[in-house]
Design a binder for this molecule. Structure first.
Ligand code: SF4
Ligand code: ZN
Length: 546
C-alpha cells in the first residue's frame, strides 16, 4: 500500500501538471475574462473559446490565474464581481470571511478520554488522513508555512483572502508553554503580513506584528483557539486577548457528570459552566463540542442532555459541533466494545436522533458541524456515513421539520437590500448574563446579519479594567457575497449600512440597561472598522463611552 506521503506527492504532481498553462490557453482565458467583463455568460464564453486541440474547455483555475496576472501586473483593477463568477467553490467563503486552519505540534495532552485516538507525530485526537491534519503534516507544523501556503492555495482558486479567520487547532492551546503560544501566533501574523519568512526573532514582537496587520492585505478578523473547560482560569482571559483571540472552542461533550466520569473526560459539568461564564464575561465567542453516543448514553439520555445546553442560566453556546462518538481502533473504548460493554448507534438511530435535535436548536446558535471529518476507514463499527449531514437534511425535508440555526438561515446567493430586512432582538439568559441576539432578517426569514450583545451581571468578573461597567459586543457579522455589487465593504461587516445599524441598536440597548460604556472584542484586523464608528483602543478591547 502507498503511504499517504507518496499519495500526497502524486497528487501534488498532477495538480502542478494541470496548472501548467500553454500560451494559447492563457490567451483564451484572457479572451473569456474580457467576455465576462462585457457581460457574456461564462458557459457561453467557455464554449466560444474551446481549447485548440479539442481538449475541452478552459478550466476555471486558468481563468483565476490569468485574472491575478492582470491584477498583479497593474493592468486591471481588482474586480470582485468578476472573481465571483470564476471562483471555484463559492460556498466556502459565503460569509465573506475565509477560514485558515493551522495545527500546533504534537505535545502530549494530559487527558485520558477513552474514545480519543493517538497517532504518532500528531496532536492527540487528530488523524493523519483528516484534511486539516494532513496539511499541517505537509508543513511540519510550522505556523508560518501553514498559513502562508493555505492563503496561496485559496487565492489560486479565486477565494478572497483579505479577511482571514485563523483557527488554531491541535492540543489544548493554553496547555502549551506561553512562549510557544506567543511564538505560534506571532508567526501566523507574520504570514498574514507577508513579512519575516525566515523568522528573525528580533524582527518584531507580537504586538508589533498585530499593529502591522491592522492595515495588511490579509487582515485577521477572528482568532480561534481550542482548549478544555478545566483549563480556563480568570487569568487566561487577558492572556487570550493579548494574543488576539476572539473565539474559544471547548469540548463539553456531555452535560452529565456520570457520563463525563465513565468516559474519563477529566472535568465536570460545573467546570464547563464556569469556563463558559468566564469566557462570555470576557466577550469571547463560545463554541462547544457535544458528543452523543458516549459510553453510558442512550438516544433518550442524549435528547435530555442536549436540552441542558439551552436551559436558562446555563451554557447557551454561540456555535456547536455535534460530533457523535466514533469507535476507533487503539482506544480504550475499542477494548470495552470488544468485551461487549459498548454499542455504537446504527446510522438510522443517529440520523433519527440528530434530525430531532436540530429542530430544537435556538436561532442564536450556529451548528458548525455534524460529524467529524474522519475518513470512514478509521471507523470500526457504527455510523460510517460521512455525508450524514446531507442525509439528515433530506430526512427533515421528508418530515417537514426545520432547523433554524444560523447556518441554516444565512443568506446565500440571494441579493439583500437594506430596505427589505427587519431588525429582531432575541433575548436569552445563559448563566450570569443577558444576551441580545440582534438580527436583520429577510422577508423569507433568512439571516442577512447579526450582532451579539452581552449584558454581564457582574462587570468585574474578569478582573479586566476595560470591561468594568461595560456591555460587550461579542460579534458582528454581516453576510458578504449576497450583497449587491457596489455596496461599500469594510472591516468585518461588509455591508456598512447593516453593520452600523446593528452597532447603533446595541448602543441603545446598553444605555437603556444602565451601562456606561460599550466594549467590543475586536480582532486585530477589524480595529479600523470600529475606530471609524467611534471606538478607541483600550488595553484589550475597543471601547466607546455611552
Ligand atoms: S482532552 Fe481531547 S485530546 Fe485530550 S484525550 Fe481528551 S479528547 Fe483527546
Ligand atoms: Zn441548522
Amino acid at each position: 500500500m502507498q503511504s499517504w506521503v507518496q499519495l500526497r506527492d502524486m497528487k501534488a504532481e498532477t495538480w502542478k501538471k494541470k496548472r501548467a498553462y500553454s500560451d494559447a490557453e492563457l490567451a483564451l482565458a484572457l479572451a473569456i475574462l474580457e467576455d465576462l467583463k462585457a457581460g457574456v455568460d461564462l458557459n457561453v464564453s467557455q464554449r466560444d473559446h474551446p481549447k485548440p486541440d479539442g481538449g475541452g474547455f478552459i478550466p476555471k483555475h486558468a481563468l483565476v490565474a490569468v485574472y491575478y496576472q492582470m491584477v498583479d501586473s497593474g493592468q486591471w483593477e481588482e474586480d470582485e464581481a468578476l472573481l465571483l463568477k470564476i471562483r471555484m467553490k463559492p460556498t466556502r467563503t459565503l460569509s465573506g470571511v475565509t477560514t485558515v486552519t493551522v495545527l500546533t505540534d504534537d505535545q502530549p495532552c494530559p487527558g485520558t478520554c477513552i474514545f480519543c485516538p493517538q497517532e504518532t507525530d500528531l496532536p492527540k485526537s487528530y488523524l493523519s488522513e483528516e484534511p486539516g491534519a494532513k496539511r499541517a503534516l505537509e508543513n511540519a507544523f510550522d505556523p508560518y508555512a501553514q498559513v502562508s501556503n493555505r492563503i496561496k492555495a485559496l487565492r489560486a482558486v479565486g477565494h478572497p483572502t483579505d479577511k482571514i479567520e485563523l483557527l488554531i487547532l491541535g492540543g489544548s492551546f493554553n496547555a502549551y508553554p506561553k512562549t510557544y503560544q506567543e511564538w505560534f501566533v506571532r508567526r501566523c501574523f507574520d504570514a498574514m503580513n507577508e513579512v519575516n519568512p525566515e523568522d528573525d526573532p528580533n524582527f518584531e514582537s507580537l504586538p508589533e506584528a498585530q499593529a502591522r496587520n491592522v492595515h495588511a492585505q490579509h487582515r485577521n478578523v477572528g482568532l480561534v483557539v481550542e482548549t478544555r473547560p478545566d483549563l480556563i482560569a480568570r487569568a487566561d482571559l487577558a492572556w487570550f486577548r493579548y494574543l488576539g483571540v476572539t473565539k474559544v472552542q471547548m469540548g463539553a461533550q456531555s452535560l452529565d457528570d456520570h457520563i463525563l466520569e465513565i468516559n474519563q473526560r477529566g472535568h465536570t459539568t460545573a467546570e464547563t459552566l464556569r469556563a463558559v461564564t468566564l469566557l462570555r464575561a470576557g466577550g469571547f465567542k463560545i463554541v462547544l463540542h457535544w458528543m452523543p453516543n458516549l459510553l453510558g448514553a442512550t438516544p433518550k439520555s442524549d435528547r435530555e442532555d442536549f436540552k441542558r445546553l439551552w436551559e436558562d442560566s446555563t451554557y447557551g453556546p454561540d456555535e456547536i459541533k455535534i460530533y457523535p462518538c466514533q469507535l476507533l481502533e487503539g482506544t480504550v473504548l475499542y477494548d470495552i466494545w470488544q468485551q461487549g460493554g459498548y454499542q455504537p448507534y446504527s446510522e438510522a438511530t443517529l440520523l433519527d436522533l440528530i434530525a430531532d435535535l436540530k429542530t430544537t436548536v435556538p436561532r442564536h446558535c450556529r451548528i458548525n458541524r455534524i460529524i467529524r471529518d474522519i475518513p470512514s476507514t478509521y471507523v470500526v463499527a457504527g455510523n460510517k456515513n460521512t455525508s450524514l449531514r446531507q442525509d439528515i437534511q433530506r430526512e427533515m425535508k421528508r418530515r417537514n421539520t426545520h432547523c433554524e440555526c444560523i447556518r441554516c438561515r444565512e443568506v446565500r446567493q440571494q441579493n439583500v437590500t437594506a430596505g427589505t430586512v427587519t431588525l429582531h432582538d432575541l433575548v436569552y439568559h445563559p448563566a450570569h448574563a443577558e444576551e441580545h441576539f440582534l438580527s436583520f432578517d429577510t422577508p423569507d426569514d433568512k439571516l442577512a446579519g447579526f450582532l451579539r450583545l452581552s449584558l454581564p451581571e457582574d462587570t468585574t468578573r474578569t478582573g479586566i479594567t476595560d470591561l468594568e461597567d461595560a456591555a460587550i459586543i461579542r460579534e458582528v457579522h454581516v453576510y458578504g457575497q449576497s450583497l449587491e455589487v457596489g455596496e461599500a465593504r469594510s472591516g468585518i461587516a461588509q455591508h456598512s449600512g447593516l453593520g452600523t445599524n446593528l452597532i447603533e441598536e446595541a448602543e441603545k440597548i446598553a444605555l437603556e440597561n444602565g451601562f456606561k460604556k460599550l466594549a467590543v472584542i475586536a480582532a486585530v484586523g477589524t480595529r479600523a472598522y470600529y475606530a471609524d464608528r467611534g471606538f478607541s483602543m483600550g488595553k484589550y478591547y475597543m471601547l466607546k463611552d455611552l
